[in-house]
Design a protein. Structure first.
Length: 531
């Protein structure tokens, strides 16, 4: 019987089990690798041959067939190296302690070293679902997997170490069993400078650095508290980018399940170097392609919308993005995931993010400015504003006008609101706690809540339409105002629901269960649908 070792391949983030079989037969020396391997997997035979030689093992001289089953499933990734090498040795009867509860993820060097592999986190999680309880990985990857509870990580430096462990049954080099680390968690900026590089800073801006713009700061706080999408509109230099920088630092730390999901996405993209514990900020440039922002390419990699999952996607100068790119944002904004298809392959990546965009009111940027005249003609302004379609703007919860502030407000010695950002962070945390209880993500929950248990929902912006209606109990005055606004503003059903969600968030910030007339009024003030 041929030797069998089970491993994993990925379709997007979805793990697919793969059985690696090795069979040595009599005949002229030849090696055949079958089962739809990609180029990296096909080349693994030569890496395995060299690794076997480096640890004093002979490569089979007969007819060797290595099968990757199921045959119709495409196999990708260099992590097959280690499994193929072990399957060959197991076929020769050299690994008596090889267990079905052991998993192996590693690329082999020609000197027999075990190297890091792309997507090690989702691969390891996929092995866990196949009842694997111990995974052998490189030293580098062991540091990334130590946060997975219930999984024993064995870090190995060479192929020879793995072979000796499986020959003797004595396993050394365990990096832990997923117990939380006692050392401080690295900050986002330490682990992922890419996440903020487009803003040109490795530090978050805070409200304490922004003078004035209280209306805009309030909108940013509401967006962070409820996960709402926001568009900032105003002339150049009024503080739109600074406000956008503030949003990420207002958000609470990721839960353990969110951390696993976010880190799995970054790992599958080959960008994970340290464990992410806080929401990520992605800031693609306006010349970025659809594949860069939405995801895609030959290998169907996640784009910025997925890398910003459970975090913030900031699109500066929104009308300058390619129209086809921003129109394709409509589906992930609405559904919280992005679907990619290439040449018969279909994958899905999570993409539930807060969209914050900034735009000038016209190409020169000064339409409506009190101090500087606009140089654009009405037709140019109209054409510029038409770059943002109605369906896209209908998915924006908060549209905020950011006016020019008086320079005298920034003079030395002018009083500022002390600890303004800290107070806003507390408001966001309080609102998020109420939402966690409401949707069943914390023990207890709100009494009589008809939507408790919607565990796929983390904040008000994620709530389905029926849930949004159920969680907003309007008094007669508030309902009358909203019905009048629906007729006057021509609100779509989507826009109506988004106003309910924003009003619910405003009440959560105030730590109130009931939604009042003032909450609805404030939510309506942010409901602009044009630049």
């Amino acid at each position: 019987m041929p030797s069998k070792v089970t491993t994993i391949t990925l379709e997007g983030l979805a793990p697919r089990p793969v059985i690696v079989e090795a069979k040595i037969q009599r005949g002229l020396p030849a090696t055949h690798l079958v089962g739809l391997p990609d180029a990296a997997v096909r080349e693994s035979i030569e890496r395995v041959r060299a690794a076997l030689a480096s640890c004093g093992q002979a490569f089979p001289r007969g007819r060797l067939t290595v099968s990757l089953a199921p045959a119709e499933l495409k196999k990708a990734g260099a992590h097959f190296d280690l499994v193929i090498g072990l399957a060959i040795l197991a076929e020769q009867g050299q690994l008596p302690h090889l267990s079905r509860q052991d998993g192996f993820l590693g690329q082999l060097g020609l000197d027999g070293s075990v190297r890091s592999v792309k997507g090690v986190l989702p691969l390891a999680l996929g092995l866990m679902r196949r009842d694997v309880r111990r995974v052998f990985v490189s030293v580098e990857d062991a540091q990334l997997l130590r946060n997975i509870p219930g999984l024993e990580i064995v870090q190995v430096a060479t192929f020879d170490q793995v072979v000796q462990m499986l020959q003797t049954g004595r396993v050394a080099g365990a990096a832990g069993s997923g117990r939380p680390s006692t050392r401080p968690a690295p900050s986002l900026e330490q682990s992922h400078p890419e996440a903020t590089q487009a803003l040109g800073s490795t530090q978050d801006t805070t409200f304490d650095e922004i003078v004035g713009l209280e209306h805009a700061k309030r909108a940013v706080t509401i967006a962070a508290a409820g996960g709402h999408n926001m568009l900032l509109v105003g002339p150049p230099g009024t503080g739109k980018t600074m406000l956008a920088r503030c949003l990420r630092s207002l958000l609470p730390a990721l839960s353990s399940s969110q951390q696993q999901e976010v880190n799995a996405i970054w790992s599958s993209a080959g960008l994970l170097t340290r464990w992410i514990t806080h929401p990520v900020l992605r800031t693609p440039h306006h010349v970025s392609s659809a594949a860069s922002i939405l995801g895609g390419g030959a290998a169907l990699q996640p784009g910025d919308v997925s890398l910003a999952h459970q975090g913030v996607l900031f699109l500066d100068e929104l009308p300058e993005f390619h129209r086809d790119v921003i129109e394709q944002l409509r589906q992930p904004i609405e559904e919280g995931q992005v679907r990619l298809a290439r040449a018969g392959s279909r994958v899905e990546f999570p993409a539930r993010f807060i969209l914050i965009a900034a735009a000038n009111p016209c190409p020169c940027g000064y339409a409506g400015d009190e101090l500087r005249a606009c140089s654009c003609t009405p037709s140019v302004i109209e054409r510029y504003q038409r770059k943002l379609s109605g369906p896209l703007l209908d998915r924006i919860d908060l549209v905020v006008r950011v006016p020019r502030s008086s320079l005298s407000h920034a003079s030395i010695g002018m009083p500022r609101v002390p600890k303004e950002h800290a107070a806003a962070t507390q408001h966001v945390a309080r609102a998020r706690r109420r939402q966690a209880r409401r949707f069943g993500n914390e023990p207890g929950g709100l009494e009589g809540s008809p939507h408790k248990g919607d565990r796929g929902v983390n904040c008000n912006a994620d709530a389905p339409g029926a849930t949004a209606r159920a969680m907003v109990k309007l008094d007669p005055q508030a309902r009358g105002l909203l019905e009048h606004a629906e007729r006057k503003l021509g609100l779509s059903p989507r826009g109506f629901i988004r106003i309910l969600r924003v009003a619910r968030t405003i009440a959560d910030i105030a730590d109130r269960e009931g939604v009042t007339l003032d909450d609805v009024t404030e939510a309506l003030q942010f409901r602009h649908v044009t630049l």
